[in-house]
Design a protein around this ligand. Structure first.
Ligand code: DP6
Length: 350
């Protein structure tokens, strides 16, 4: 089939500091505001090619390859997503689509890939649709639009389209904030956080025990939901203060509280899930002891899984890598970890 146009985007994963956990009624509307660091080394790279359609008619024509191999499971998910956004993207009706995607991180590393994958896909579609039309959006509007459609694919993906740090979810604390799309936040970020480090310690690479979609839905009956949403608002306000002033202690206290709350919420959901592993707990213990002994600002956060995201300023990297080698590597599955840091955001690949 003749290729008529194509684009390639690399888009990163992100790690939430204040977590999105729970949805309001509506389409992908978060129950509380969240904020995240954009990562650098964990990313998806997606090429979308537009082909001549094989058949005239209403069906969306899509072939999807992950790591060079046809992937039916992802293709079906993507088709469902495309059906839901086709009125906004005429190209989905007019062309056949060939999509190739890869991740920089191993599939079985327990790193959530929906944020990077859905943001790379949404940006690529927005880019192609813009190329086909005759209206060029400002960079700001383009990224709002990309974030909006990334959100419809996966909520946390909305936050992956900006450099360094991004906020999503309507809150009186942040002017211009929205439930529909994330907004950039880098102007508010103290210098120390602009080069912040994130070492991802792989406690287990096993498949997730519960999908995010199911996890979010369990908040509907969680007895602590109301308190949690109020806590998230408060934590967002406070962490923004710390992110502006460079208050590492406050930053770390809130980050760890958010991680522990996320897991506590899952433990007291019905049905209940324990997503930490014994090594996660052992690592948390060692990190807290190390901090107590050295007074170095080394804190952790967690995703909806067992892996630890160690967060620390660049100027203590040397000490921290010594600590990791001496005390944490042995707790990682096959000694596996990924060195990452706060990153520059999506990039078009020429
Ligand atoms: C724990 O964005 O994966 O990582 O919107 O259903 O795709 P869906 O969920 P998803 O949820 C992410 C949850 C989290 C916290 C966060 O990233 O804020």
């Amino acid at each position: 089939m003749k290729e008529l146009k194509k684009t390639t985007w690399r888009s990163p994963s992100n790690i939430a500091l204040v977590k999105y956990w729970g949805k309001k009624s509506g389409v992908q509307i978060p129950a509380n505001p969240s904020i995240s660091f954009t990562l650098e080394n964990c990313y998806s790279e997606t090429t979308v090619s537009l082909l001549e359609k094989e058949k005239k008619g209403k069906d969306i024509e899509l072939r999807f390859y992950f790591d060079g191999k046809a992937n039916m499971a992802f293709q079906l998910k993507m088709l469902k997503f495309f059906e839901s956004i086709r009125k906004d993207f005429p190209l989905l009706n007019e062309y056949g689509l060939l999509i190739h995607s890869t991740n920089s991180f191993p599939h079985s590393s327990g790193i959530a890939s929906s944020a990077s994958a859905m943001s790379a896909l949404a940006i690529s579609l927005c880019d192609l649709q813009q190329q086909l039309g005759n209206k060029k959006l400002s960079d700001e509007k383009f990224l709002h639009r990309a974030s909006h459609f990334a959100r419809l694919g996966s909520g946390s993906a909305a936050r992956s389209v900006y450099p360094l740090i991004s906020q999503w979810g309507k809150t009186s604390t942040v002017r211009g904030s929205s439930d529909e799309f994330a907004i950039p936040f880098e102007k508010n970020l103290h210098k120390i956080f602009q080069t912040y480090q994130n070492t991802i310690l792989i406690a287990s690479s096993a498949e997730k025990k519960v999908s995010s979609r199911v996890g979010h839905s369990l908040m509907k009956t969680n007895p602590f939901a109301k308190t949690r949403y109020a806590q998230a608002e408060k934590n967002l306000k406070e962490i923004i203060g710390a992110l502006k002033t460079g208050d590492l202690e406050k930053f770390g206290a809130i980050t760890e509280e958010e991680a522990m709350t996320l897991h506590a919420l899952m433990m007291c959901s019905t049905p209940s899930f324990v997503l930490m592993s014994p090594s996660t707990l052992a690592m948390i213990d060692r990190i807290r002891n190390y901090r107590e002994e050295t007074k170095l600002p080394v804190y952790f956060t967690l995703d909806a899984g067992p892996n630890i995201h160690l967060l620390y300023p660049k100027d203590v990297s040397k000490q921290v890598s010594g600590f990791v080698a001496a005390e944490l590597t042995e707790l990682c599955e096959n000694g596996r970890m990924i060195l990452d840091k706060v990153g520059k955001g999506p990039k078009k690949i020429k």
